[in-house]
Every structure is written in C-alpha cells, then in structure tokens.
Design a protein around this ligand. Structure first.
Ligand code: FES
Length: 154
C-alpha cells in the first residue's frame, strides 16, 4: 500500500519554515522524512506557502539524490557498484535482487517494502561487496547471504 500522507503534519512542517526561504532544503528533508518521498502536490503547496517559484522547488527536489519524487519503500536498499564491489560480484548480486524482488534499480516493490538503488563506493571497500540497507552496512555479501539479510527488514 502506498504510504499515506498526514496533511496536518505537512502543514505544521511548512509552518515551521515560513519566512525562511533559505531553509528550503531542510524543509524538504523534513517532508521526505515524514512521507518517505516528495509528492508533487506537496511541492506545489510548498511553492505557494513559501512563495518560492515551483521551478526552484523542483530543481532542489531533483538535484539531491537523497530526495525522491516517487514513493519509496519502507527500506532503502543501496547496492554499492564502486570498483572494489564491482570486481567482487556486485552486479550479479544486484541482478539476483532485481529478479527476486521483481523490480529494477530505482523501483519500489508493490508492497512498498523495498526500494532498490545503487551507490558508488560507501567507503568500506575492504568489506566488499557491500549492500547498505537504510543506515546499516552489510559487508561480504553474496547471492545467498543477501536474502538472509533482507529477511531482517520486515
Ligand atoms: S567500492 Fe564498494 S565500498 Fe568501496
């Protein structure tokens, strides 16, 4: 099921930043934390309430990889495709996850459990191949282990 939106909460977040046009990124971060993505209708509301051109709001929302304009799953899987992880089989792990979850990179599972993305080197190459799920780094992952790991994210 698509994440529901608490409009009162959104209003109170916007209210907190009223008159602070320079804090647009922080405002969008708070909304993304609340809703898990940046719905178009909320960006339009931000533009009106904050008196910031919609084009500017969209350009910030699309510039940062941390922001998503599409609904995201409860858990974000990031497969590292940096050189060390690539050499140690990251592509085959990615392919396995895509097949098993029936999604491609950038997509979210139908049950909104997982969103799949890729990153370039997360700084722990000695543990390659690395998969980061939410804030947790899992090292020396292989095609079997990755599903044991995913099972812990319900
Ligand atoms: S290349 Fe994957 S952690 Fe460095």
């Amino acid at each position: 099921m698509e994440p529901s939106i608490n409009n009162e909460k959104i209003d109170s977040i916007i209210e907190k930043y009223k008159g602070e046009k320079g804090l647009l990124i922080s405002l969008l971060q708070d909304i993304q934390t609340e809703v898990n993505y940046l719905p178009r209708e909320i960006l339009i509301k931000v533009s009106k309430e904050m008196d910031i051109p919609l084009s500017q709001v969209f350009s910030v929302a699309t510039f940062f990889k941390a922001f998503s304009l599409k609904p995201r799953g409860r858990h974000l899987i990031n497969i590292c495709l940096g050189t060390a992880c690539h050499v140690r089989g990251a592509i085959s792990i990615l392919g396995k996850i895509e097949r098993e979850l029936n999604i491609k990179v950038g997509d979210t599972t139908k049950d909104f459990r997982f969103t799949l993305e890729t990153v370039r080197c997360v700084g722990c190459c000695s543990l390659s191949p690395v998969v980061v799920i939410d804030e947790n780094t899992h090292g020396r992952v292989n095609q079997e282990k990755v599903f044991t790991v995913l099972e812990n994210y319900r």
